[in-house]
Write a protein of this length. Structure first.
Length: 466
């Protein structure tokens, strides 16, 4: 009777489990019932064996039957193992273990539904709506006629008031207003020497002039600020740091077709967590919408999940991704990606690298090796606008790493992420460019691929003096 009852419990559990396919069933009650019945069955067996005085053959036959029933019941019994335990550091790392832990491969049929759902969520997060205009097509205008409390010079009202009047302005007249302006600049993380240069430009613009109205003073100051900021943001080599122009020039510069011609290569470097992969994807979108054919190269073979993250961007952008998984030489992966792009006719290769702190010597050497061996056309340093003047130290250390071993290669340009969240630290962008000579190529202003724009003098002035 116990066997019949236990089989009935197992059958009941199977029906319950089948009816709850969409959730994980609670098996505790079934497990408890089964254990009680099983213990009772063992007691019955022991008592039968002890009291049996009959022939040995009959006893053996009975025991065999009970053992068979026991095996059948154990095979049919529900099990609740839970998550399978992984063993870390208890044995030698084998090729099979590395293969089991590498999730960069394409999903199996059973994972297609989850993969599709994740891709839809990513597209909703990154792709713009059909009505949304890319921010690189918008312009920053400074309205000199705007109300004092809302225009670009709202924080300079007291300074500008001191300059207005029906008289010719002298150095002495401008001394106090320009001191106030310099304090305003340094409070926004502008270095002292840059603040001096900006104030000197304003002084040269106003000395000897008669500014009868407030609006005339405001216009003159704006023009002087624009000239000074433009000079700082656009050092001599800034003209060459344009991914789109460079890609088109390299693609169309020869007599041969694009197939077989080496692509324009851009390497993205920076510390951990600053948004290198997202910035790379934004520039891929920017280049693709302007007629280029980019290929993404997953050369971050160090951080777990880096290949999968870049693969999501590649699928959203509908551009190819080249990768070799993890634990590979990043320089070799980049070289193979460039060769693949050459064969397939892609005109741009965007190289994603592992984030690393500027004082991590082994990783900085690996980065230098990648840049030296593959000679990318552009090396872009990705940095958060929020870090302020700490970004100068980061960029200087990366430049030092690239120059190690007698190499002369340096960072070509800067991408500032999260620029839409900065306020008091916006001046660090000017300081970083002034100290390093590397121009700010793009700023990130949000999560979507269209939230990318060039840093204009007007945007800087608005942030500094609003």
């Amino acid at each position: 009777w116990l066997s019949i009852l236990m089989e009935s419990v197992i059958k009941e559990y199977s029906m319950f489990d089948t009816s709850n396919d969409s959730v994980v069933p609670d098996t505790s009650l079934f497990d408890k019932t089964f254990q009680i019945l099983w213990k009772q069955a063992l007691k019955e067996k022991d008592s039968t064996t002890t009291s049996s005085g009959g022939g040995q053959d009959a006893h053996v036959g009975s025991t065999n039957t009970e053992q068979q029933q026991r095996r059948n019941l154990q095979a049919a019994a529900p099990t609740n193992k839970g998550k399978e335990k992984r063993h870390w550091g208890e044995a030698k790392v084998t090729k099979q273990a590395m293969k089991d832990l590498d999730f960069s491969k394409e999903p199996t049929d059973g994972e297609d539904a989850d993969d599709t759902r994740a891709l839809l969520e990513a597209r909703a997060a990154y792709l713009p709506s059909s009505e949304e205009m890319p921010e690189w097509e918008t312009e920053d205008d400074l309205d000199d006629e705007a109300a004092d409390d809302s225009g670009w010079g709202s924080s300079l009202k007291g300074v500008l008031d001191q300059m207005a009047g029906n008289k010719v302005l002298t150095d002495k007249d401008l001394e106090q207003p320009l001191q106030d302006m310099q304090r305003q600049l340094t409070s926004k993380n502008v270095a002292n020497d840059i603040a001096d240069e900006i104030c000197s430009n304003v002084r040269a613009k106003l000395v000897g002039k008669r500014m009868q109205s407030f609006s005339r003073v405001k216009t003159a100051v704006r023009q002087a600020l624009e000239a000074a900021v433009t000079k700082i943001l656009a050092p001599n080599k800034a003209r060459a740091v344009d991914p789109l122009r460079g890609a088109i020039a390299k693609r169309d510069g020869g007599i041969f077709g694009s197939r077989g011609k080496k692509p324009f290569v851009v390497a993205f470097i920076g510390i951990n967590g600053v948004g290198k992969s997202t910035s790379l994807a934004k520039i891929a979108y920017y280049l693709k919408t302007n007629g280029c054919s980019p290929l993404l190269a997953a050369c971050d073979t160090f951080r777990s999940g880096a290949v999968e993250q870049l693969n999501v961007h590649a699928k959203c952008l509908e551009v190819p991704l080249y990768h070799k998984g993890y634990a590979k030489d990043p320089s070799a992966v980049a070289k193979a990606a460039i060769s693949h792009a050459t064969e397939e006719g892609h005109d741009v290769v965007l190289v994603d690298t592992a984030g690393r702190m500027q004082n991590n010597v082994p990783l900085m050497k690996a980065l230098s090796k990648l840049v030296v061996e593959n000679q990318p056309d552009l090396v872009l340093f990705v940095c958060e606008a929020l870090v302020g003047n700490d970004g100068i130290d980061q960029l200087s250390m990366f430049n030092k790493a690239l120059r190690s071993g007698g190499h002369v290669r340096q960072i070509d340009g800067i991408i500032l992420t999260k620029f839409d969240t900065v306020s008091d630290k916006v001046g660090a962008a000017l300081t970083m460019t002034h100290v390093t000579g590397a121009p700010v190529v793009f700023i990130g202003t949000g999560q979507k691929y269209t939230h990318l724009k060039k840093l204009s003098p007007q945007a800087v002035i608005k942030s500094l003096f609003s």
